[in-house]
Write a new protein. Sequence first.
Length: 241
Amino acid sequence: MNIFQRMAEDVRMVQEQDPAAESAFVIWLTYPGLHAVWRHQREHRLWVKGHRGLARWLAQRTRNRTGVEIHPGAQIGRRLFIDHAMGVIIGETAIVGDDCTIYQGVTLGGTGNETGKRHPTIGNHVMIGTGASVLGNIAIGDNCKIGGGAVVVKDTPANCTLVGVPAKIIIKDGKRVGKKPAVAATSPEAEIAQLKRDLAALQARLDRLSCVKEPAEFPAQAASDVAAGAAVVLADAGSSN
C-alpha cells in the first residue's frame, strides 16, 4: 500500500469517527493529528534506516507544527486517529495497533525506571481519553477504553474500560466489575408504619413537655406545630401509597 492509499484510509477513518468532520479535502487540509501521523511515517523510515539525527530533527519540526510529539522510533499502526491532537506524546518504544483513537493530552510514556522497551504496547481498536497517561512497558488489550485523566500502570486484558488514578477496570467483556452498593428496599406500608412510630414518640415527648409550666406558652405552641407537621406527613404518605 502506497502513501496515498494510506492517507485515503486515514481520511475515511476520521469521517467515521468524528461527527464534526466535513469533506475529505477539509480533513486533509485541517486535521493536525493526521499530519502528525503522515509525517511520522517518513520519520520512522529514516529512523529504521539509521538516519536518526535527521529523523529526530524532522520529528521536532512536526511537533512544532502540529502539537503532537511522536518519537521516530515509535511503531504506529494503520488508521490512527489523533483527535484535536494538541499535547499528545508517544515515546520511542511505544507500539500502537490498528484503528485506535487518541484524544488531546494523552501520554504514552515511560516511568523513568526502565531501559530497553519502556513504553506501552496498545492493542487494536483502543480508545484513550483526554489527558490519560499509559506509562511503562505494559500491554493494553484490544477493544479497551481508557477514560479521560486515567493513569494506567498495569497490563490490561482485552475488552475493558478503565477509569481513575491509578486506573481500575470497571467494565470487562461488557459486564460491570465489582459489587454495587446494597440499597435497602422498603415498601410504602413499612414507611407509613415507621412514620407512625416516629409520631408516637413525638407525642410522648410533647406530653412530657406539657407538664412543664415555664414558659407556659411553649408546650401548647410546640404541640400545635408538631400536630400540623404530623398531619402533612401522614397526608403525603397516604397519597404516595
